[in-house]
Design a protein around this ligand. Structure first.
Ligand SMILES: [Fe+2]
Length: 918
């Protein structure tokens, strides 16, 4: 009979009590250690009889048994068969000394004891228990088989099950070792059938959690089609990852839950108080809950833990060792633990402005010698290819930067208006430019606080500037040639606070820039308005235009620099962090909590969720936190995340995050049912949009085929309770502060689901790549894209004006970040632009997904997708050679490569990973 009480197992001399998660037999079991690598699990006296006497004797003994001891004893007249399990384990690349010692002991134990138990669960119901039939728990023992790939170990275990056991649909895995095991996969050979149970998962030690892990076979399966024998396990597995919403999460756990952003500051330290994000005043997407103790109750703020302790991330979301090494022993560690303090220490007496452009150029030519007191061995030297070619050699206490793409072929391109306009279409932040539909431009801010809503960029000013290009303002409007980069409403509520910051002081305006798309195909800035909050005494809106005299020329340069610093802040905090990293986190949490790993939508999304929770946790720890690098290096300073929250409140909406919808919203495209993606670009030579639409279309086609394949029956979407719970949770928990918005798409049809999934995959892949990997190529040259400015533009009655008139170059350079600030921000941008050596790219999706699918039809979809991306790569390369496309080609101009699908590792300014991994 099945044993209902807890099973005690002695292991390492310690009595472990295990709750009866699954029925097992006790006392009767013993194990036979094989001579070869293969393990024959002799599981009972009865089975031994099968071995020795064959079927007849088994049947005889079964017939006489009134109360069957084994599930298959009910199959009185059935025989037995052997099922072989091949268990593939991934080795740790590096073990701590203590772990190595423990492993030696455990290897010894494994030869005489147990390392891992596995149990097969049939898809068939056992009529007596009402659950799936189960084999006995079988130890995985013996010496591993050698494999070609030294990173893996392979073990084999044999099961004896009755011939009518049915197809194994799940495997229960118990890790008896004291340390976790990375289970790569289990393959079951059953008669002529080969069944894959994909793992790529960390199996916790039973010491940490007595529950066995449940693995399901690779075949995707909607909830309604779950084989009866594993239905219960499907629910149980989902319950196990949801947790209870209580307690502090431990590193071995794989619990996904929601929380607000209440761990960015420290209310106990005056300068580190930061508001909680995720409430009606400051709405924000939810993050993954870590449950650290609260350090204040009003508002409830979570402790940030110890300096070097990492924030909790569910175990399988943690970086693999290659990635981890890249960042913990390499760049990230350098950046967050060594480099920034080293830079600060080395340059503290040089926290001065750049005095001439050659000061900046020196950063790419010469090593910065960090202080000799800096520890020599930081583990950075020669870490990986791109790294060697890269910027750092802290092992030798040297710091050097690569020349960024923007000045590689033309040192002066950044000075030109054409390049300023081009970067609004093909730079690192090509998602704020919009069609100007009418004048005057109006603010939506409260006039009682922010003054007249009308912009100072009047029709008269714009008409005058347009005339220089041989056209009238009416013509320009009619031909849709006027465009706008408008940061007024986003920035103005913060300008006064930012300009009053005492620590790392900086000065800013809220900017608006009007552009003309000229007949020669260049986007030319016509006029810039820089606004300060209104005061009774002073003018607060300043207008600049490109002039022909020396003074106006320099003023214009300064005005453009202020626009760039607005742009850099909005790019980092809104378009990059909020709209890709932070918005994606709730999708990942909901996918893990509500969709079984068997669910086809889980399988589709899985590659697009890789590493995102960990990179986001690391960002909360070191980048976007109070006093973190983003605050110290970007214009909004300590108000950075408040600005991000305000943008979430005013402009983020799920249905507008897809590329075509976003382009239409900004007036950069018009709906056109005859066009491939249903939209026609207003500026055809808009590299981000035209390349992005190719990627978008490929994703959309893949998703639509995939969704139709799995949801072929009517009402299959509405009746999929896992899917409905998933979407419900994204809206009502993950984006709780936006839950009542009317724009959330419905999820009733296959088209609804395809649109939602296309949107998510685009954000994780193409959108993030376009916004992320150009950070160093464009921002690595500080004058091109200063992330903050330290001075307002001088006016005739300002004390600085005279100095400006005498030495405008110095005035410009002294407004830029100091040498120390610039060096820090370059290190940040360089790190964030890096592809890790283990990056997985969208173009290789077929390889990644092949593991999951044995269904030929689905494999075909992924093959077609990868082939399409290969074609897209060729097409983009051709576009980059087309001389008519002036935003891609021209003397000294870098081609637009941010949406090229492939890339080697390192800082390349190209390549689309599957997920937000940096
Ligand atoms: Fe990123």
């Amino acid at each position: 009979m099945f044993v209902a009480s807890p099973v005690k197992t002695n292991f390492h001399g310690v009595g472990l009590v295990r709750s009866p998660a699954f029925p097992v037999l006790s006392r009767r079991r013993h194990h036979r250690v094989p001579l070869s690598g293969q393990v024959r699990a002799v599981i009972s006296r009865e089975e031994k009889a099968v071995d020795q006497e064959g079927e007849k004797s088994v049947n005889r003994s079964l017939v006489t048994s009134s109360s069957p001891a084994f599930p298959w004893q009910r199959s009185k007249y059935m025989g037995s068969k052997t099922v072989v399990a091949v268990v593939k384990i991934r080795k740790k690349m590096r073990e701590k000394l203590t772990e190595r010692f423990e492993h030696q002991l455990e290897l010894l134990m494994k030869a005489i004891g147990q390392g891992m138990l596995i149990q097969l669960v049939s898809e068939e119901i056992d009529p007596e228990s009402g659950s799936g039939r189960r084999s006995l728990e079988t130890p995985v023992l013996g010496l591993p088989k050698a494999r070609n790939d030294p990173r893996y170990l392979e073990f084999t275990a044999n099961f004896t099950v009755p011939t009518d056991f049915g197809k194994p649909g799940a495997i229960l895995v118990t890790n008896l070792l004291s340390t976790e095991i990375c289970l790569s996969e289990i393959i079951i050979h059953d008669d002529n059938d080969t069944i894959l149970f994909p793992g790529n998962t960390w199996i916790h030690s039973r010491n940490d959690n007595p529950q066995a892990r449940i693995l399901f076979r690779s075949q995707p399966c909607l909830p309604s089609k779950t084989p009866a024998g594993i239905k219960e396990l499907r629910e149980k597995d989902l319950l196990s990852v949801r947790g209870t919403g209580k307690g502090e999460r431990k590193p071995h756990e794989r619990i996904f839950d929601y929380d607000v952003y209440n761990d960015l500051g420290d209310p106990r330290i005056k300068d580190r108080v930061r508001p909680v994000l995720g409430n009606p005043d400051m709405p924000y997407p939810r993050r993954c809950r870590s449950g650290r103790p609260l350090i204040s109750r009003d508002p409830p703020c979570e402790s940030r833990g110890k300096e070097k302790e990492e924030f909790y991330v569910p175990r399988d979301e943690v970086f693999d060792e290659i990635k981890r090494d890249t960042f913990t022993a390499g760049r990230f560690k350098a950046l967050f633990h060594n480099l920034v303090p080293s830079i600060a220490a080395a340059l503290s007496n040089l926290d001065i402005p750049f005095t001439c452009f050659s000061d900046i150029d020196r950063l790419y030519k010469c090593d910065i010698v960090l202080r000799p007191t800096e520890p020599k061995n930081t583990g950075l030297g020669g870490f990986f290819g791109g790294f060697v070619d890269g910027i750092l050699n802290v092992g030798e206490t040297l710091l050097k930067y690569d020349t960024p793409a923007v000045i590689k072929w033309d040192r002066f391109a950044w000075l030109r208006d054409n390049e300023f306009g081009r970067q609004a279409l093909a730079g690192v932040n090509p998602v704020n430019i919009e069609l100007l539909k009418e004048l005057p431009i109006r603010s939506k801010l409260d006039p009682a606080i922010y003054g007249s809503p009308e912009s100072a960029l009047t029709e008269e000013i714009i008409a005058r500037e347009v005339q220089h290009y041989g056209m009238t303002i009416e013509q320009a409007f009619e031909e849709k040639r006027l465009f706008l980069l408008d940061y007024h409403d986003m920035l103005l509520p913060f300008v006064e606070k930012i300009n009053s910051l005492k620590e790392d002081p900086r000065k800013t305006y809220a900017s608006r820039t009007v552009f003309l798309y000229s007949k020669t195909g260049a986007l030319r800035p016509l006029a810039i308005e820089l606004s300060l909050p209104p005061t009774s005494e002073n003018e607060n809106k300043f207008v600049y235009a490109h002039g022909h005299d020396a003074t106006t020329h320099w003023m214009w340069k300064l005005a453009k620099a202020h626009v760039c610093s607005n742009d850099a802040g909005v790019h980092q905090l809104v378009n990059h962090w909020l709209r890709t990293h932070a918005a994606m986190e709730p999708y990942i949490i909901a996918t893990n909590r509500q969709l079984s790993t068997m669910h086809p939508v889980y399988k589709l999304l899985h590659p697009h969720m890789r590493y995102t929770l960990e990179i986001n946790a690391r960002a909360r720890k070191s980048l976007i936190n109070g006093g973190g690098i983003i605050e110290s290096c970007f214009t909004p300073g300590k108000y950075a995340m408040e600005l991000s929250s305000a943008a979430y409140k005013s402009m983020w909406r799920f249905d507008m995050e897809g590329l075509p919808a976003d382009l239409v919203r900004r007036g950069m495209a018009e709906e056109d049912s005859s066009a491939e993606c249903g939209v026609k670009l207003v500026i055809e030579d808009y590299p981000y949009a035209s390349d992005g639409l190719l990627i978008w279309k490929a994703i959309k086609d893949l998703v639509e085929s995939y969704v139709k394949h799995f949801y072929s029956e009517p009402k299959s979407i509405t009746s999929d309770f896992e899917l409905q719970a998933w979407w419900d949770e994204i809206k009502n928990k993950g984006h709780y502060d936006k839950k009542d918005e009317p724009w959330w798409p419905k999820l009733n049809t296959t088209q609804d689901l395809s649109d939602i999934l296309t949107n998510m995959i685009w954000i994780a892949s193409g959108q993030h790549a376009a916004i992320n990997f150009g950070q160093y190529p464009f921002g690595g040259y500080v004058p091109n894209r200063p992330t903050l400015l330290r001075k307002l533009i001088p006016h005739e009655d300002d004390p600085d004006y005279e100095m400006f008139m005498r030495n405008p170059q110095y005035s410009f350079l002294s407004s830029l970040p100091t040498q120390l600030q610039a060096t820090k921000v370059m290190a940040v941008q360089e790190t964030l632009s890096t592809h890790s050596p283990d990056e997985e790219y969208l173009i290789d999706l077929r390889e990644v997904q092949r593991r999951w699918f044995q269904d030929e039809e689905v494999v075909k979809y992924f093959n077609k997708f990868s082939e399409e991306l290969e074609e897209i790569e060729k097409k983009i390369n051709q576009r980059n050679k087309d001389k008519k496309l002036k935003n891609r080609t021209g003397a000294g101009m870098p081609p637009y490569e941010l949406l090229l699908p492939t890339s080697p590792h390192g800082v390349t300014g190209r390549g689309i990973p599957n997920s937000i991994s940096i």
